[in-house]
Design a protein around this ligand. Structure first.
Ligand SMILES: [Zn+2]
Length: 170
């Protein structure tokens, strides 16, 4: 370009010598989910959903937190909840997490647990996308479908998806 800057241009190698810092991160943990989330993930391996109940307001927080964000106090105890809830909201996704277009669209949404009003998790829903489009999915009762015990690894994906369940079942 017809543009001349003062100074001496640097070659790439010279530039890197001056500005590049070689360092090895000394991470002691592959991941640190924290006390509450670690237990939550560990319990998923056993096919159980665990939350923390706040002694002050009585709310059960899922995923569990050691501190209640409603009262700003430490939560008091661990409680198991049934893996049953209702669809609060859902969307139909035509794109995979890996960004390819999906042949068969996936439904994902938030399930609020029956035993823990106000607490829910985001997950896949094994329902007809038409139910989302027609809004019939909202409020639908669903239960978790788990991977076989041997395939579980302490991840939210130990739950394959949530599927519809009748009233009073699950
Ligand atoms: Zn509270």
């Amino acid at each position: 370009m017809g543009y001349k800057l003062p100074g001496t241009p640097l070659k790439r190698a010279e530039f890197e010598k001056a500005f590049k810092v070689e360092d090895k991160p000394e991470a002691k943990y592959a991941w640190a989910a924290g006390q509450a989330l670690s237990r939550f993930l560990e319990e998923l391996k056993n096919g159980r959903i665990v939350g923390r109940r706040c002694r002050n307001c009585g709310k059960i927080l899922i995923p569990p937190r050691m501190y209640c964000e409603h009262c700003f106090r430490p939560t008091g105890e661990w409680v198991y909840v049934r893996p049953v809830g209702r669809i609060v909201t859902a969307v139909v996704s035509y794109i995979a997490a890996t960004r390819e277009r999906l042949e068969k669209p996936e439904v994902i949404g938030i399930v609020e647990f029956e035993d823990a009003p106000g607490s829910g998790i985001f997950h896949r829903l094994n329902i007809d996308p038409e139910l989302v489009i027609s809004r019939k999915a909202f409020g639908m009762r669903v239960k978790a479908v788990w991977k076989p015990p041997k395939e579980r690894e302490g991840s939210i994906n130990d739950i394959l998806y949530f599927e519809p369940v009748g009233e009073g079942e699950g």
